[in-house]
Design a protein around this ligand. Sequence first.
Ligand SMILES: Cc1cc2nc3c(=O)[nH]c(=O)nc-3n(C[C@H](O)[C@H](O)[C@H](O)COP(=O)(O)OP(=O)(O)OC[C@H]3O[C@@H](n4cnc5c(N)ncnc54)[C@H](O)[C@@H]3O)c2cc1C
Length: 434
Amino acid sequence: MKRIVVLGSGFAGMQAVVELERLFHRDANYEILLVSDQNFVLFTPLLPQIASSQIDPRHIAQAIRDVRGRRRFRFLRSTVQSLDLANRRVETTAGPVAYDSLVIALGSRTNYFNTPGARENTFDFKTLEDAVVLREHILDLCEHADHVADAAERRRLLTIAVVGGGYTGVELLTDLQDFLFNYAARRYRGITRDSFRLLLIEATDKILATIHPKLRAHAMHRLGREGIEIRYNSRVTQVFDGGIEINGADKIPAATVVWTAGVRAHELVEALPGPHDRAGRACVNEYLQLESFPEVFVAGDSAVAADVSLREEAPQVAPVAISHGKLAARNIAHRERKQPLESYRYVSEGMLVSLGARDAVVSVAGLQVHGYFAWLFWNAVHLYKLVSLKKQFQVAADWALATIFPRDAAIIRRPRACKFCEKAAGEASRASTA
Ligand SMILES: Cc1cc2nc3c(=O)[nH]c(=O)nc-3n(C[C@H](O)[C@H](O)[C@H](O)COP(=O)(O)OP(=O)(O)OC[C@H]3O[C@@H](n4cnc5c(N)ncnc54)[C@H](O)[C@@H]3O)c2cc1C
């Protein structure tokens, strides 16, 4: 029996395994094994709405066992530790896994560009856990700021700086703004809208660099109108506990700094033999293969075209990962059946960016739309793209409930897990022993 192994259960890996399942459905000579450290597929476009308490975290995570249903691909929840391409073996925390064909779809990780203090003092925003942790941290700060008499200290506690003016930074900050201004400022007696300072820090002279200028102008106008400060040409040169330094001079106190400024390839992908681009992604041929290992395919955020002229075209987004996953699966089937392989061709599906409540910018089929109808379109597309009917119902229900009831501000962690509570408890015990 031959074994096809897929690493990673993100958009690319999951699509690869579903397609392989379809292609080898009636063939008992093949075993399909998915290996991932998470047992769900995460719908990342809705992550900002987890941080802003709009939807329940589990509603954007589809369990792999449910995708699989009664089909025949196997799943191993385990962390990949190393890849031995010469011996066609993957080392995992559950032991070695041998393969005949391999799809590497391990995604990407945050790129801190060697900024001092960035890794230690910023919040990452890539995983479901990141979004949950950020949400609870911000709610913790609101709980504490509510009782702080000193206005400057309250402002510091309620200053949120998001580093990176790409679509993730913009969507996160606009969703947070909506939550903080329309929920927190109304329910916490010691907090008003003016207590918050929301900053978008961008190293270049524009946000949403890849979007149509007309839509960018609308987004800039909307952010400004909603009280979000955009700092252009501002390179973060240091992040310290309690704030950031910009362009080596300007220090801004901020209790929350979120880093969405860039990504680089997974460390296992960076260690693959052969050429890589500047972000560490593996260079693949037009069939998504590693040139010296034709049985190894790389897909999604981990892969970049070896042909430099094709690189600019394919951004690191979900539709690219999905089509990579599908193509890698089809090309594995073609190889096994001794058929010619298919080439990857990037087809843009447009660009959709939410700007918080009832506003979005949409660039699709040559049309540039913004405002309420663009926002409705954004919602419809994302609902449609959710993995299953159950998740679609859950998210639709969350959205509907959010229009009627207040957001959910419950903090799940115990107070001892919160550094502000620890500080308060320390001060209280010092006072009682004095
Ligand atoms: C906050 C955020 C918002 C986004 N919004 C959008 C959007 O609106 N539209 C859009 O098109 N794109 C969006 N993206 C980008 C999109 O999510 C990525 O391009 C896409 O997820 C890439 O798919 P992938 O399969 O390559 O990697 P991923 O989806 O990252 O999957 C990688 C998989 O590998 C697993 N893995 C990693 N390391 C190991 C290991 N050592 N062992 C085992 N398993 C491992 C992970 O658990 C995961 O299952 C967003 C991304 C983020 C972070």
